[in-house]
Design a protein around this ligand. Sequence first.
Ligand code: GP9
Ligand code: MN
Length: 631
Amino acid sequence: MNFINVNDNKVTEFLRNNLDLILFQFIMFTKLMLYAKQISPDYLYTKVSQPVIASILILTSFAVLLKKDNRINFLYIIDIIISFVLIADILYYKYFKDITTLAALRNIKLLGGVSSSVSSLLNLKDLLYLIDVIILIPYVKVYKKNNISIKVSLVKKLSAFIIMFLIGISINVKSVYALSKEQPTLLTSMSNRIYLTKMIGNINFHAVDTFNYINTNIKNSKKLPAERENEIKNFLSENNKNTGTVLRGAAEGKNLIVIQVEALQQFVINKKVNGEEITPNLNKWINRSLYFDNYFYQVAGGNTSDAEFMTNNSLYPAESGAAYSSYSNNYYNSLPKVLKDNGYYTAALHGNNEGFWNRNVMYQAQGFDNFYGQHSFNIDEEIGLGLSDKSFLNQSLEKLKSFKEPYYAFLVTLTSHHPYNDVEKYGDFNAAEYENSLLGNYLKSIHYTDEQLGMFLDNLEKEGILQNSIVVIYGDHFAIPREQINELYNFEKIDNASDLTWFQYQKVPMIIHFPEDENKGINHTYSGQMDLYPTLANLYNLPKSYMFGKDILNCNGDKVLFRNGSFTDGNVFYISWTNTYYDIKTGKVIEETEELKKKKEDFSKELQYSDETLNQNLIKSFKEDRKLTLK
Ligand code: GP9
Ligand code: MN
């Protein structure tokens, strides 16, 4: 800032000498707010304008440290960079309905198929972001030429820098803190990039993304010592030894249809409200299937995408953030890839925008032949986050009928998504005394989704598809968040609940339906989402490699290990955040025994192995080593 004492009009002098800064701030604010409107027409500006102003202040604060000519060049170059970033973001948003990240750009090769359609979306209006860059060229030259270079003391420059920088940072800290309270994992998982950008603005979004990207790469860059790699390799080969042949190859050659149901929590199964079943269709199909009634979700910061990741890879979720975001460049030995190697056509189907959870990149990285996302469906009915389960499942059925057999179809539903507030569209389930509560709205939404699942399964049967297919259905994670768990305890008539009580409710139903309703029954093994891939590998007689889970049908013991280090062996539950053990039968706290201590240490090491496998992309190197040894 050039503060100079002039008798005549100080303001004019100040404006004249700081026109570059003022113009830059005005232009940047206009562009960034225009962009905010483009990615969310319905969004109020009050919130995002603060972090937008903060990010511009921070950029400008660096400019005031420079000599005038350099300052003008610096601001002009920043303007050009941000304009191109906004155009790139707009294009990416137009196609993927999402925001570009460094990881997505790094995977741009995986998006090869759509780059032409993305660029075809460019229109003149988008180039408006560059209009000032072009118009200002002559003015910048004239401004620099007529510029009276005034000596500004370093102290004044530094104080201007410190004031602007601190104001900018404090506004940003306030916005980021508020967001971290509202959605604790969003800043690391970046699951909902649009929402994140709406809340902190485009520049801050890319700053957060850059930080996460660098942080992940620093973790990945540290090479593991060879003996540690061997330790992990030996653990995996031991863990993937076949320990039985129950139903080995029973599904060989059959289609595989896996349906991941949004927020299907186990407490609704075989339950009624005022005599009406909450999930009559699932209850019916459970009686026709092999039902796992001690099956836990094991998601962490990646939420839904963690459920997908574990199901298709049997690798634990990332220690922070989402594997779908942080490790989309890794090599995976995933279920779709192995089935494809065995002649299967593989497809993922989900009615939301392709970029959500970085699915457009991660489904390719996991080897799916095709991903049928929002653009592949006729969005003829929307409930909650997007395409209704009814329309999604009806349209998906038509797609399945066209798939070359044998195929693996991985479907992810959407309607029954928290906070379940599209109540009038869920149909007429009477939630009785739970009406107008989160739990009551959830019951309505899951009753709706159950109805659509029932219709879908009945249609599969009518079309003769069930005759030659294995159908797996499971829930992705909790429906009632911990902060509202008392609504669930009230529904279940539970008093003085403990951490054990809470954990026992973190089950999701998992059913495997065989043709002719074969192998039906209830399996009580304590298991989780990490175990589905090894279990299917046994049914389809696929090689088991690099999996951290177990084949539930042929395992020598119950085990569920959670990302936060908590675990159960079917008799005891260990709660990591209180370092407490509970006896499941009595519900009482018990002392740590040597055996339990060893389990805790072994499991903690197992989580480290999984983290190192992801950070070092070890499956790729193990696979290459194996090729070498097989030669
Ligand atoms: C988004 C849907 C929900 O496409 O899968 O994800 P969630 O918010 O449950 O992780
Ligand atoms: Mn979900």
